[in-house]
Design a protein around this ligand. Structure first.
Ligand code: B12
Length: 279
């Protein structure tokens, strides 16, 4: 392995990712608790080893670690700059660093990706960004979500299975992709269908995969496709949860959703709840 291997971190890089002083990691390396290589006269830590160490430490504590509070406004500005300039590599590195520091998929979505996309939306609205700028940024976010999902396969028994989509008439697939990433990280088998699928296709997939629930994301004001999908999914007997910036709780429940959620963290809790309650 060469010292330029991007998966090998210096002590300082690893400490930055974790949000602690480098001396803390130095002591863990010296005690043998955290595996490290010596390259060019200094320690190098692999991302996999760092992740495993963080995981063990969290498990031993039995609680969420008290890592330094993330500076989310700064993280958002950094990601925004990468998305605006189309710098996919910097965006990827930023998320990798946060992931190595123990940030969850739900936090990445709720605290970083969604607010950054909202800023993209504002700039687009104010004609500061072109449609092409917005499309390039959206595409980068899709690849970041693919990567975040792939990096965190949850071990242990499967909690349930979920079919996830947006309703016909709503092309905002990224929100649904975030729900899929969040549920997958939680231990669900996810069947993510993206946008613009006819209602019967969503229902058929739920039947074929014997889904425990259907999750729909809604980012637009249009209601025809959403109403038809909720009605058909309910008629087929599948529990359904709805969320997204285009709809509120009262309306979603009124349209027939069993649950409404306003974040990916909530989507994870609600999905577990739907599986447990079977409705
Ligand atoms: C990217 C984008 C697009 C892309 C989408 C690309 C893609 N592959 O997704 C494209 C270019 C296709 C697009 C098109 C349009 N867009 Co657009 N778009 C956006 C933008 C910038 C980001 C959307 C996004 O992905 N946000 C991130 C998501 C994840 O955030 P979120 O919805 O808040 O979701 C969070 C929670 O609500 C929750 N959640 C979400 N879903 C679910 C589901 C469940 C079950 C649960 C529990 C929780 C949950 O978790 C998420 C994370 O915290 C927004 C700006 C914004 N403020 O969001 C506009 C925005 C959504 N678009 C808008 C508009 C108007 C349009 C167009 C009509 C523009 C046009 N004139 O053509 C078309 C509509 C096309 C259509 N029929 O769908 C408006 C919507 C207004 C409205 N409510 O109707 C917005 C708000 C921009 C604006 N300020 O005007 N858009």
């Amino acid at each position: 392995m060469s010292t330029t291997d991007p998966t090998l971190l210096t002590l300082q890089e690893a400490a930055d990712a974790v949000g602690c002083h480098y001396q803390t990691l130095y002591k863990r390396v010296r005690s043998g608790e955290l595996p490290a290589l010596v390259a060019g006269g200094s320690y190098r830590i692999s991302r996999d080893d760092l992740d495993a160490w963080l995981h063990e430490r969290d498990a031993a504590k039995g609680a969420v670690p008290d890592r330094a509070e993330r500076d989310w406004p700064r993280q958002i500005e950094t990601l925004l700059a990468s998305l605006i300039t189309g710098d996919a590599r910097s965006a990827r590195n930023q998320l990798d660093r946060l992931g190595a520091g123990g940030v969850t998929v739900a936090e990445l979505c709720d605290r970083l990706l969604a607010p950054t996309l909202a800023r993209i939306g504002e700039l687009w609205h104010e004609n500061e960004l072109s449609i092409a700028d917005e499309h390039r940024a959206s595409r980068i976010v899709e690849t970041l979500l693919d990567r975040a999902t792939a990096a965190r396969p949850k071990s242990g028994p499967r909690i349930g299975s979920a079919v996830i989509a947006t309703a016909v008439g709503d092309r905002h697939s990224i929100a649904a992709q975030m729900v899929a990433a969040g549920l997958q990280a939680e231990g669900f088998a996810v069947h993510y269908l993206g946008a613009e699928l006819p209602v019967e296709e969503i229902v058929n997939m739920a039947k074929r995969e014997q889904a425990d629930l259907v999750a729909l994301s809604c980012c637009v004001a249009e209601r025809g496709g959403l109403t038809a999908t909720i009605t058909a999914v309910r008629a087929a007997g599948f529990p359904i949860m709805v969320g997204g910036s285009g709809i509120g709780r009262a309306e979603a429940l009124e349209l027939g959703a069993d649950r409404f959620g306003g974040s990916i963290a909530e989507a994870q809790l609600l999905a577990r709840d739907l599986v447990r309650s079977g409705a």
